[in-house]
Design a protein around this ligand. Sequence first.
Ligand code: NAD
Length: 441
Amino acid sequence: MADRYLHLTGTAPGRFLTRRLGLPQPAPLRRWTLETPRLEGPLLHLTAGASAVTGVAEVLSRSGLPVVGDTDRPAAIILDATGVTTAAGLGDVHAALHPVVRSLAPGGRIVVLGTVPSPDDHHQAAAQQALEGFVRSLGKETGRGSTVQLVRIPVGGAAQAAESTLRFLLSPRSAYVSGQVIELTTATATPGPAADPAAPLTGRTALVTGAARGIGAAVASVLARDGARVITLDVPGAREELERTADRLGATALPLDITAPDAAGRIAAAVPDGLGVLVHNAGITRDRRLANMPADRWTSVIEVNLDSVLRTTDELLKAGVITRGGRIVATASIAGIAGNTGQTNYAASKAGIIGLVRSLGPRAAADHGVTVNAVAPGFIETKMTAAVPLFIREAGRRMNSLSQGGLPVDVAEAVAWFAQPDSTAVNGQVLRVCGQSLLGA
Ligand code: NAD
C-alpha cells in the first residue's frame, strides 16, 4: 500500500505546505541494496571516560566504514559508555555527543555501547540505566531518518560479542529500527564471521512459516539472499501464492497448516539434514472487543500465533531437528507490548511469544546450542495493515520517530541479523522494528 503522504513530503511544494502546517516530515529511508550495501561516510568513534570492554576498535575496523576520531560529517557515531558507572560520569556522555550530534549525516546512526546494569551496585545500575532514557530521547530528537540504539555488553566482556549486532545497526539494513536496547549475553562459543560475508547463511537450511506473502515472503527472500536454502511454509489454501513465492526465490514450498497435530513431524521430514534457522512468522488477527469476542476467535488466534509456535519449537528441539548453532526467530508485535483495543486475543498471543523467547533462550542455548529471539514489528505496510481503517492506519504510520510505516524487508533484515552465524551472543532478545513507535515505548 503506497504511503502518499511520504511522496508528498518528498516534493518541494509538499514539503513547504506540510512544514507550514506543522505536520510530520518523514525522511525517505535508505535501505540495503546491492549497489548501496553500506552507509556513506566515516564512523566517528567516541568514548565517555575509560572503556570497560576490550576490542571495540578492532570490531569497528571490520565494520566496512572508515573509523575516525574526528570529522565534521559522520555517517555514524559509536559512543563507548561502558565505563560510565556514576551519575557524574554521565557528564562524559553529554560532553562527547553534544558537540557532534548536529553534524550526523541524514539517515545516520548513533550506537551507544553500555554494560548490563548491576544488581549489586546501584550507582553503576543507575548510570547504565540512565543511558536507556538518554538513547530513547535522542532517537526522538535526531530526525532526518537517523536512528539511535543502546547495545549492552556484559561487564568485563569483549566487544567481539557485539560484532554482528554492530554490523547490522551501522548499516542500511536497520533503517526502521530505532530507540532499541539490545542486551548481549556472554556466549560461550561465538563462531567467527561466516567464510563468505556476502552469503553468511551458506550451507544452512531455513524454514519460514506464513511465507506465501507479506513479511514472511520478505524474510524468505532476505535469508535466500544471505545464502540459505529456504523452505517456505503456508496453509494449503495459499498454495498457488506460496508456490509463486518459492519459485521466485528458488525455494521449496511446503503447504502445511502450522496448527496441524503432525506439523513438526512434517517439517522434520522436509529437512533430513536438519534445520539451521526456524522463523515462526505465520500469524492471524481476529479482532473484536473482549465483550463481543466469541470463543472461536480467541482460540484460533492463540492457536496459530502462540500454541503452534510452542508446540513445534518443543518438538523440533527435542528431536534434534534444529542443529547446533541453530537459530529460532519468532514474531511478536508491539501490540503485545502496548496492548490494543479489539486485540485482547492477538496481544495476548504476541506477549506470550515474548515470554517464550525470554524463558527458552538461555535454556535452548545451554541444552542445544540454539538461540531464540523475536522481532516485534510495529506498523508494517502489508495486506494486514492495508485492511486497517484509513484514520487509524494514518495514525499508526505517523506515530513513530521516523513518521512512516516500515516495509516487510525491515523486519526481514532484523530476522537475518538474529540468524547470522556470529549472532551467538544475541539471545532471548525482542527487537522492535517499529521506527520507535510511541506505542508501548
Ligand atoms: P499476512 O496476513 O500478510 O501474512 C501472514 C501469512 O501467514 C499468510 O500468508 C497466511 O496464510 C499465513 N498463515 C496464517 N495462518 C497460518 C497457519 N495456520 N499455518 C501456516 N501459515 C499460516 O501478515 P503479515 O503482515 O505479513 O504478518 C506476518 C507476521 O507479522 C504475523 O505473525 C503478524 O502477526 C506479525 N505482525 C505484522 C505486523 C504488520 O504491521 N503487518 C505488525 C506486527 C506483527
